[in-house]
Design a protein around this ligand. Structure first.
Ligand SMILES: *[C@@H]1O[C@H](CO)[C@@H](O)[C@H](O)[C@H]1NC(C)=O
Ligand SMILES: *[C@@H]1O[C@H](CO)[C@@H](O)[C@H](O)[C@H]1NC(C)=O
Ligand SMILES: *[C@@H]1O[C@H](CO)[C@@H](O)[C@H](O)[C@H]1NC(C)=O
Ligand SMILES: *[C@@H]1O[C@H](CO)[C@@H](O)[C@H](O)[C@H]1NC(C)=O
Ligand SMILES: *[C@@H]1O[C@H](CO)[C@@H](O)[C@H](O)[C@H]1NC(C)=O
Ligand SMILES: *[C@@H]1O[C@H](CO)[C@@H](O)[C@H](O)[C@H]1NC(C)=O
Ligand SMILES: *[C@@H]1O[C@H](CO)[C@@H](O)[C@H](O)[C@H]1NC(C)=O
Ligand SMILES: *[C@@H]1O[C@H](CO)[C@@H](O)[C@H](O)[C@H]1NC(C)=O
Ligand SMILES: *[C@@H]1O[C@H](CO)[C@@H](O)[C@H](O)[C@H]1NC(C)=O
Ligand SMILES: [Cu+2]
Length: 573
């Protein structure tokens, strides 16, 4: 998938004076790009079976959107499927355009079958790899695509310009309808069925039945540099990613540049992206590109398969190319539970530019994140441990989505009874979060609770994993914001000693932080974007169980610090 401006794109130049090349200078011209997304049922064949899946425009993965920083994207989504749907533009700041963010019942009601909605927003100061995906039930299993932001016209990358670029979307495939899988789990209270395959750009690759003929081939030439834009679009699994015999230079993550560093393996939680350079510095041949699980929850079932694509040197001798006789060079992946490799990788991430870390804190927050168990309703048989139902929570609140209006509509229109503004700033009970937690603390309280902050507040948030039921690495995503990750560690966060570990100089900026298993992470950001912003675990099984909350950021002074009025075609509830 090379740089491909889509046929559907209408590029309208706004306010840009075209000068002859001799006068060329980086111009701040911006464009409006319009796309049509038709959500529809599409037949595809994977793992020897033909299934009907939900796609955008019949494509799986969906269309890659490419634009420049400063451009405006206008996407008309038409729902021709039988499910409610919304689309989320993962990592886009959505400054003052929260109505276009997408999570159902948070910023909008879903687009019902037969309905449509036009998402309209401007990229402001973001460059790199993001993606878009459905944010309604588990539709994002197949409804997703890459969203690539190039620097403003004429502005350079802070690294050698790669000869080629390829989005690498890691996905997860069920030999079943993913909506049936989540509905079954919701009914029984048990763990949803694990997936049957991982995929690279929609294809499982050579190691699965009936897949070999469609394995994705990524070309490279001797001596050239290739930018791989790796995106973890899997539903429920953190993944290791590597290329046999090659080293990566990591240059960005979640559309923020990083100080380049070498590594042979990266780990991405669902929602995260990582930009890596790879050089054609090996003997011309074929090499496996591969991904498989990083599974931090001990004893939990997981999909233990490996997806592959092939890095193929264009100058490789012919028989190497199509002959089934030559197997590509084998990749080396860490063990599924190799947390030490994950920690070493995470600690290598540093901002490349000037990090403007807030250091006067207005809101000092501490949220626990983890699992739990609900007692089974009477006269019902639940399939969680000892006849319970699985659940999850932040600060002991298991989030419940509103069902008849969005939080943002209820907030801006002052409609009572939809949510409460009493999400606790600190855990309601202090306990040894990562120790042996007494069973009496395992059952959270369901609720639609939000936490409200003033426009412009500097926020510090400690995300503390818990050992309730099972400790696990949780990829926590905050909508509408990028944040600095100033420290991470294992065990309980200690405000007396752990502040010494804070990196206020060059911490990485991301939109999703993988909170270490049985550990903690500290993030900081300035609440400069008014709206209602979902914060949640990006393992969909955990958001289904309630591992979420909503941060409400109030309007500041005047229109430039206030959320825009809702678009006229915002879907009715
Ligand atoms: C989940 O797995 C069980 C056991 O293999 C199977 O019986 C059931 O049909 C699966 N559910 C779905 C929705 O595929
Ligand atoms: C491939 O098919 C064979 C024979 O049907 C089966 O035994 C095996 O489990 C399948 N492998 C995978 C990875 O699905
Ligand atoms: C793969 O391609 C070969 C050669 O074209 C063909 O004989 C074979 O049937 C294909 N296999 C599958 C599973 O489609
Ligand atoms: C995962 O699969 C590999 C073989 O591919 C096997 O050696 C390993 O034991 C499996 N691990 C688990 C935890 O199932
Ligand atoms: C990883 O799992 C294996 C069993 O599959 C176990 O022997 C090993 O101790 C585990 N390693 C860690 C670091 O937990
Ligand atoms: C389930 O019950 C057994 C026996 O009473 C107990 O040992 C175990 O800890 C319980 N597990 C959970 C998750 O409550
Ligand atoms: C919407 O749902 C809330 C509870 O979730 C309820 O209090 C309210 O009355 C409902 N409003 C309408 C218009 O149905
Ligand atoms: C969560 O709240 C419930 C209900 O008040 C309580 O039983 C439980 O102990 C609390 N757990 C924690 C971790 O605060
Ligand atoms: C679809 O969305 C509407 C609200 O817009 C809601 O009332 C309905 O229950 C949803 N349908 C499903 C299947 O979730
Ligand atoms: Cu989680």
């Amino acid at each position: 998938m090379a740089r491909l401006r889509m046929a559907l794109v209408a590029r309208v130049i706004l306010g840009c004076v075209l000068l002859p090349p001799a006068f060329f200078f980086p111009c701040a011209c911006s464009s409006v790009l319009t796309h049509d997304f038709v959500v529809q049922a599409t037949k595809v064949t994977r793992l020897c079976k033909t299934r009907e899946i939900i796609t955008v425009n019949g494509q799986y993965p969906g269309p890659t959107l490419e634009l420049n920083d400063g451009d405006t994207l206008v996407v008309k989504v038409v729902n021709r499927a039988r499910y409610n749907v919304t689309i989320h533009w993962h990592g886009i700041r959505q400054l003052r355009t929260g109505w276009a963010d997408g999570p159902e019942f948070i910023t909008q009601c879903p687009i019902r079958p037969g309905g449509s909605y036009t998402y309209r927003f401007t990229i402001q100061g973001q460059v790199g790899t993001l993606w878009w995906h459905a944010h309604s039930s588990w539709l994002r299993a197949t409804v997703y695509g890459a969203l690539i932001i190039h620097p403003k016209e004429g502005a350079p990358y802070p690294f050698t310009k790669p000869r080629r670029e390829t989005p690498i979307m890691l996905g997860e495939w069920w030999d079943a309808n993913p909506i049936d899988v989540v509905q079954e789990a919701t009914r029984t209270g048990g763990v949803p069925n694990i997936s049957d395959a991982y995929t690279i750009n929609g294809q499982p690759g050579d190691l699965y039945n009936c897949s070999r003929n469609d394995t994705v081939i990524v070309p490279i030439d001797v001596g050239e540099t290739h930018l791989l834009r790796v995106i973890n679009a899997a539903l429920n699994q953190e993944l290791f990613f590597t290329v046999a015999n090659h080293k990566f230079t990591v240059v960005g993550a979640d559309a923020s540049y990083l100080k380049p560093f070498p590594t042979s393996v990266i780990m991405l939680g669902p929602g995260q992206t990582t930009d890596v350079l790879i050089s054609g510095d090996q003997p011309p041949a074929r090499y496996y590109i591969a991904a498989r699980a990083y599974q931090s929850a001990q004893g939990a079932p997981f999909d233990n398969t490996t997806t592959t694509a092939i890095l193929e040197y264009k100058s490789a001798p012919c028989p190497a190319k199509n002959g089934p006789t030559t197997t590509p060079a084998a990749p080396v992946l860490p063990a599924f539970n190799d947390t030490a490799t994950v920690t070493a990788f995470t600690q290598s991430l540093k901002s490349s530019g000037n990090a403007l870390v807030p250091n006067k804190i207005d809101e000092n927050l501490f949220f626990t994140v983890g699992l739990g168990l609900f007692n089974c309703p009477k006269n019902f048989k639940c399939q969680g441990p000892n006849g319970t139902r699985f659940t999850a929570s932040m600060n002991n609140i298991s989030f419940v989505l509103p069902s008849n209006i969005s939080v943002l509509q209820a907030y801006t229109q002052g409609i009572p009874g939809v949510f409460t503004a009493d999400f606790p700033a600190n855990p309601p009970t202090q306990f040894d979060y990562t120790g042996n937690v007494p069973r009496s603390l395992w059952q959270p309280v369901p609720g639609t609770k939000t936490y409200k902050v003033k426009f412009g507040s500097s926020v510090q948030l400690v995300l503390q994993g818990t050992n309730i039921q099972t400790a696990e690495n949780h990829p926590i995503h905050l909508h509408g914001y990028d944040f600095y990750i100033i420290a991470e560690g294992f065990g309980n966060f200690n405000p007396k000693t752990d502040t010494a570990k804070f990196n206020l100089v060059d911490p990485p900026m991301r939109n999703t932080v993988a909170v270490p298993v049985n550990g903690w992470a500290v993030i900081r950001f300035v609440a400069d974007n008014p709206g209602a912003w979902l914060m949640h675990c990006h393992l969909d099984v955990h958001i289904t169980w309630g591992l979420a909350m909503v941060l409400i950021v109030e309007n500041g002074v005047g229109p430039s610090q206030s959320i825009e009025p809702p678009p006229a075609d915002l879907p009715p509830c």
